[in-house]
Design a protein around this ligand. Structure first.
Ligand SMILES: *Cc1c(COP(=O)(O)O)cnc(C)c1O
Length: 366
């Protein structure tokens, strides 16, 4: 039986032939990727007509989000170019990944964050992985503008998704799905913030299709938070607002590429409200045992909206699914990244009992 050597895991090792690396690229990896593709019997039943729904659980990457796929590429290429420092703007997950991978590569990592808008878990990651954190008095879009300016200096490599190697690494998630299902799904649903990921998935699906590794390409169905939906509304949102902080972006860097992916795949872009996002987050945890952060739940919220709130959903692939369609939903980040949001929006109080067997059983109603 073939066994992958222990030092040879991660998305660059797995998909080297499809990535812009050479034998001399120093690979900086934390064994990211190869995340679970989990069948959801309950979502499949909700869709009905023999359709099958799978969840691509990206929260199981080393720093807890899909950003690790792109960061292994971006940091490896920065190391190859001899860079000593990287910089990024972040709503939290990019900085967590950048900090971890930069540290591994022996580089300095600078992160610009919108002050007060980052979940505690993600902020803790940036600190414990040893990056220099600068909280700016502005939103993510302001932070990204600063990064573009500072990143033009020679010392820094920008590792936001405007770095093309990020997209290259992230496209491997589409390869994994095809490798596991034996073909592309019919529909791929995912949250959209800065729009790098929808761009990356589509690139991956197109490349594998061109290599005849799949017989088809999926319709891309993206969902934005209603208060941060520039692509849906077709205009910049100057004060984006949502509980889903990872998609709290008013002027996406990959806007044009996302529109192309939606157009070329005969896909769709729609919105979900914060209420729908929080309901979907709770539903997924309590019904399928998968705890994701609020932004990630936008994909589940989007599918549920298309099924249960059809009159408010945009026309698109989710409105006229063929029987026996295969759907994949990417859930982008781990629920433990942001525990404050679910704790704030629902009351979770433990039952109480005296410290005796009888009292505990009585409290439980046994
Ligand atoms: C970055 C991120 C997103 C948004 O991805 P984009 O590529 O910016 O569209 C969604 N969810 C989580 C958890 C993220 O970290």
């Amino acid at each position: 039986m073939f066994r992958q050597p222990l030092h040879d895991r991660g998305v660059i090792a797995r998909y080297r032939a499809h990535l812009p690396v050479s034998a001399t690229t120093p690979v900086v990896s934390l064994n990211e990727g190869s995340t679970p593709l989990i069948h959801s019997s309950r979502l499949s039943a909700k869709v009905g007509r023999g359709c099958e729904v799978y969840i691509k659980y990206e929260g199981l990457n080393p720093t807890g989000s899909f950003k690790d796929r792109g960061m292994t590429m971006a940091i490896s290429k920065a190391a190859e170019a001899g860079k000593k420092a990287v910089i990024c703007a972040s709503t939290g997950n990019t900085s967590a990944a950048a900090a971890a991978y930069a540290t591994r590569a022996g580089m300095e990592c600078v992160v610009l964050l919108p002050a007060g808008k980052i979940s505690a878990g993600k902020l803790a990651q940036a600190f414990v992985y040893g990056s220099k954190v600068v909280a700016i008095d502005g939103n993510f879009d302001d932070a990204l503008n600063l990064v573009r300016e500072i990143g033009a200096r020679d010392e820094f490599e920008v590792v936001n998704s405007i770095n093309p190697f990020r997209i290259e690494g992230q496209k491997t998630a589409a390869f994994e799905i095809i490798d596991e299902l034996g073909d592309a799904p019919d529909i791929h649903i995912l949250p959209v913030g800065n729009a790098g990921n929808i761009t990356a998935y589509w690139k991956g699906y197109v490349e594998y299709h061109n290599l005849a590794c799949s017989t088809k390409r999926p319709h891309m169905a993206g969902f934005q938070a209603a208060g941060s939906a520039p692509i849906f509304y077709g205009r910049v949102v100057t004060a984006p607002d949502t509980v889903a902080t990872a998609i709290r972006i008013g002027n996406p860097a990959s806007w044009d590429q996302a529109k192309a992916a939606i157009h070329d795949s005969a896909g769709s872009i729609d919105i979900v409200t914060d209420h729908e996002i929080l309901e979907a987050q709770a539903w997924l945890a309590a019904n399928e045992g998968i705890f994701v952060e609020p932004a990630s739940a936008a994909s589940v919220a989007g599918l549920l909206k298309a099924l249960e709130n059809r009159e408010n959903a945009v026309p698109g692939p989710l409105q006229n699914m063929a029987p026996e369609s295969t759907l994949v939903l990417t859930v982008t980040g781990h629920g433990l990244k942001d525990i404050d949001t679910p704790l704030k929006h629902r009351s979770f109080a433990p039952l109480t009992a005296a410290a005796t067997t009888e009292a505990v059983l009585r409290t439980l109603g046994y």
